[in-house]
Design a protein around this ligand. Structure first.
Ligand code: AKB
Length: 324
């Protein structure tokens, strides 16, 4: 039986992963770690235990692990790519200093650790199309630097100390539940919100800029499945390429227009986000994940768009009726 601590449980991934894990394991065994000011609310708060766990405070991590007899830590604390460029020191302290704290507690107390990496761990020198699992990783963003460091540090702790570290390189994640903040791929989420609110969308990313994206249910399943994978089959650990769809702003706009014909978009490129996007791959090759732990996505652009629009309509305009 797993006793799980989620660090960053009220963030974009954490808020949904906590509920997913509580649907798979007894609720009392899944502890939502949060920082003051980002307390769990509603179902997240009511459905299981929570604890203040600031990733920069190793003692707080150790106390939560002891108190709840934790054997698995999901480390979801992160500063996303665009915000990280504005606050590089913070990005390093959380992404690398925080991970180091988690790994040290895991080493001492024998916990498995999941820490997401990202398509941001690649850089301009990486092969852009169907980026291989093992390839050049020379990112030119602080976000990417923290992600590559995190991958290396996690592999080091696995090899040197036997800590069961595993991870995936997440594409841009799309969800209607908790909005992301400060990422480069967030434009895709924002586009759905604008379409449902009946607003014109000003796209910060230029047409022709392709990036891998994934619908949150697939991402959550990946996070659970990699931690449950048979270790004997794992050739890689930190981190696996995973993929489900790659699109540019034109493709997602056209798809949304199929369901919301009156939706309008204008390009207003943001130089920072555009330069980050230009340094990332167009698409990843996820064959190692498919081979080593049977990874398989369920959603494509059409399936995701229908589900996003339907759920955002319910969330943002609960009194109206819809045909999607
Ligand atoms: C970001 O855009 O920063 C993230 C990511 C791809 O890691 N969504």
């Amino acid at each position: 039986m797993k006793n799980i601590l989620i660090i960053g449980a009220t963030g974009q991934i954490g808020s949904e992963l906590t509920m997913k894990l509580r649907s798979l394991y007894p609720n009392g065994n899944v502890v939502a770690g949060y920082i003051p000011g980002a307390e769990p609310k509603g179902e997240l708060k009511e459905s299981g235990p929570s604890a203040i766990v600031n990733i920069t405070n190793p003692q707080q991590i150790a106390e939560a692990v002891d108190k709840y007899d934790i054997d698995t830590i999901y480390n979801l604390a992160a500063v996303l790519s665009a915000v990280a460029e504005a606050k590089p020191q913070l990005a390093w302290n959380i992404g690398v200093g925080g991970l180091y704290n988690v790994l040290e507690v895991a080493r001492e107390k024998n916990c498995a650790v999941f820490t997401p990496s990202s398509i941001g761990s690649f850089g301009p020198g990486t092969p852009k199309v169907l980026t291989p699992q093992d390839t050049i990783q020379r990112p030119n963003t602080i976000y990417g630097v923290t992600k590559v460091t995190g991958e290396l540090l996690s592999d080091y702790y696995a090899k040197r100390f036997g800590v069961d570290t595993r991870s995936v390189r997440f594409p841009g994640l799309i969800s209607y539940v908790t909005p992301p903040g400060g990422g480069t791929t967030d434009y895709a989420v924002d586009m759905y919100y604008s379409a449902v609110k009946g607003e014109k969308f000003y796209c910060p990313i230029k047409p022709g800029t392709f990036m891998d994206m994934m619908y949150m249910p697939d991402a959550l399943r990946a996070a659970v499945e990699i931690m449950e994978a048979d270790p004997k089959r794992l050739i890689h650990r930190n981190s696996f390429n995973i993929a489900s769809m790659s699109f540019d702003p034109e493709m997602i706009f056209s798809k949304i227009k199929e369901y919301v014909p009156e939706f309008e978009m204008e390009y207003k490129p943001d130089p920072l986000r555009q330069s980050i996007a230009d340094s990332w791959p167009d698409s990843l090759d996820d064959s190692c994940a498919r081979y080593e732990w049977d990874w398989k996505p369920e959603y494509d652009l059409d399936g995701m768009t229908k589900d996003m629009l339907k759920n955002l309509c319910v969330k943002l305009k609960p009194m109206e009726t819809y045909s999607i």
